[in-house]
Design a protein around this ligand. Structure first.
Ligand code: FDP
Length: 316
């Protein structure tokens, strides 16, 4: 740990220095700093870029926005030439990208370049989500990640990152560099807020019961429709739960295991929280395909355990 104060820092320390002083491996530091650099261009594209469609669709059949395609290109380029990456998988691209470098990259990366991009035209927050594994195998359980992070493009641009030793928040300053603003974020408070994705009329009995108990207990609804800002709110407020449950017509929910759930589950567990598909820890799911989806209940440990209990009762 670099500063003494938990949850806060007293002096400015930038991302690279923080990683170096925390003894994070040099190549991993390089990757995280490349993503920080890429985010400068992504935020610029979000602020000023074309809001239209790209005229292409991704493999889920969803129409790609020009911003999705551009953000993907920016990230791919920075990582490709970093010299330390073996493989990349992007939510926006069908095939796995093999990177050839003279020294064979030691890390592989899965990313969602611009999650929630459909919120840009209504000027709500969006984010980039990144999962990092050592070696060249990306199709493995999330517990094997060596690092995970997201960049949140809101009124401020922040990066929340874990290299397996707690969770820290960095904020972009006027020079577009990331400074440490919160160290060792902990989900140690009560779950005061909940963010429920998906159509409520499609919830199954157990999820409906869970939501009703939250409401009866005074938990407040705080849902922006963007996975990154919604998770960020739970983390920074030190308690809460996000869910995108299994639905009557979508048993696997909506969110993607590798690109969205694994990295967020890694961060939330590192902050002392939990992430479950309702039955099983998200980080223990053995992925069978790159584009696999899973339901998710993620946030404060007690709230996730209670969701699991409601779902067990639903099954009888
Ligand atoms: P989007 O489709 O706008 O990219 O990852 C997909 C996502 O957004 C998440 O950011 C968000 O939590 C979820 O979908 C919202 O889905 P619903 O509109 O079905 O609630």
């Amino acid at each position: 740990m670099v500063s003494a104060e938990r949850g806060q820092t007293k002096y400015q320390i930038n991302l690279r220095r923080y990683l170096r002083e925390s003894n994070v491996d040099r190549d991993l530091t390089r990757i995280i700093c490349e993503i920080a650099n890429a985010s400068k261009y992504i935020i610029n594209a979000i602020r000023t870029g074309d809001l239209g469609v790209a005229g292409t669709s991704n493999l889920y059949g969803e129409q790609q926005l020009a911003l999705d395609v551009l953000s993907d290109r920016i990230l791919q380029k920075r990582l490709m030439y970093s010299g330390v990456v073996a493989k990349m998988a992007s939510e926006e691209v069908d095939e796995i990208i093999e990177v050839t470098t003279p020294n064979n990259g030691r890390y592989s990366i899965a990313f969602d370049p611009l999650d929630g991009s459909s919120l840009v035209d209504v000027n709500l927050a969006v984010g980039t989500i990144v999962s990092i594994f050592e070696g060249d195998n990306l199709l493995q359980p999330g517990r094997n990640q060596v690092a995970a992070l997201y960049v949140l493009y809101g009124p401020r641009t922040t990066m929340v990152v874990s290299t397996g030793n707690g969770v820290n928040e960095f904020a972009m300053n006027q020079l577009m560099e990331f400074d440490l603003v919160r160290e060792n974020i902990q989900l140690d408070g009560p779950a005061k807020i909940y963010a429920p994705g998906g159509l409520r009329s499609k919830y199954t009995e157990g999820t409906e019961k869970f939501v009703r108990s939250l409401e009866d207990g005074g938990t407040k609804l705080r849902y922006s429709g963007g996975f990154v800002p919604d998770i960020n709110q739970v983390l920074i407020k030190r308690g809460g739960i996000f869910m995108y449950p299994h639905l009557k017509d979508a048993p696997d929910g909506k969110l993607r295991l590798l690109y969205e759930l694994s990295p967020m589950a890694f961060l939330v567990e590192q902050a002392g929280g939990a992430a479950s598909n309702g039955k099983q820890r998200i980080l223990d799911i053995e992925p069978e395909s790159f584009h696999q989806r899973a339901p998710v209940f993620i946030g404060t440990r007690d709230a996730v355990a209670f969701a699991e209990k409601c779902l067990r009762e639903e099954e009888g």
